[in-house]
Design a protein around this ligand. Structure first.
Ligand code: PGA
Length: 259
């Protein structure tokens, strides 16, 4: 297929901050207020998204009210409601004005046994509640070293994203995060990122055709202000999913300014 280029500005640019299990509610509000104050520095065509812990959604949504910052949760339940102790339904997230839900983060897959079957159910919940999934994929170190990374991301897409309707696919955001780069200080090189992002787009296009040219594909894994510019300069990299650096307002905004 023809290589879609960023020059045509076909795709939304997104920089999303995954706070993971960090910050007290008060610290979360403080971070949100600091981000709001820095929004004048964020280019108007870059969407800034923050994903605080569930317990912070209410207070953080109030703190960012009136700004262009979008809110996300880090996960949601695979079920609608009922006897699922400890779970949070997608319908419990929407009242806070959340727009996105991160799904299938490698930490969820690795530590909480999330499989494609679980993720298909979570996807259904996300769409049923009018939310947008940020669907995470990516290979582990041994899979990269044995050259299986292309097959891994292909399977992660085929087993979940291929089950979306064309209309649902229009909204999906993909985050490619090589597990070996998450929180390790190691990043994929910009060329490695471009290579696999272009491949991911090809796999999406094999099922959804030209629509894949519009799908935002974010890079994640030790992304910081010092390396974001090179990675974001690549044609098929449409932004980032940021962990550690999203906890420091100036760093997160610095990344958002890197396009
Ligand atoms: P990191 O995390 O930026 O701390 O590597 C990225 C992520 O897991 O989303």
């Amino acid at each position: 297929m023809g290589q879609p280029s960023k020059k045509f500005k076909m795709r939304n640019k997104i920089v999303a901050g995954n706070w993971k299990m960090n910050t007290t509610p008060a610290e979360g509000v403080e971070l949100a207020i600091a981000l709001k104050a820095l929004m004048t520095e964020v280019p108007s065509d870059v969407e800034l998204v923050i994903a605080p812990p569930f317990t912070h959604l209410d207070a953080v949504s109030k703190a960012i009210a009136g700004s262009a910052i979008a809110l996300s949760s880090q996960d949601c339940a695979a079920e609608t409601a009922g006897a699922y102790t400890g779970e949070i339904a997608a319908s419990m997230i929407t009242p806070f004005g959340a727009k996105y839900v991160i799904l299938g983060h490698s930490e969820r897959r690795e530590y909480y046994g999330e499989t494609s079957a679980t993720l298909n159910n979570k996807m259904a919940q996300v769409y049923a509640n009018g939310l947008i999934p940020i669907y995470c994929i990516g290979e582990k170190l041994d899979e990269r070293e044995s050259g299986k990374h292309f097959d891994i991301v292909k399977a992660q897409i085929e087993e979940v994203v291929y089950n979306l309707t064309p209309e649902q696919f229009d909204a999906v955001v993909i985050a490619y995060e090589p597990v070996w780069a998450i929180g390790t200080g190691k990043t994929a090189s910009a060329d490695q990122a471009q290579e696999i992002h272009a491949y991911i787009r090809e796999v999406l296009a094999a099922k959804f055709g030209d629509k894949a040219a519009k799908t935002p594909i974010l890079y994640g894994g030790s992304c910081k202000p010092s390396n974001a510019q090179e990675i974001f300069s690549k044609a098929d990299v449409d932004g980032g999913l940021i962990g550690g650096a999203a906890l420091v307002a100036a760093d997160f905004v610095g990344i958002a300014k890197s396009f």
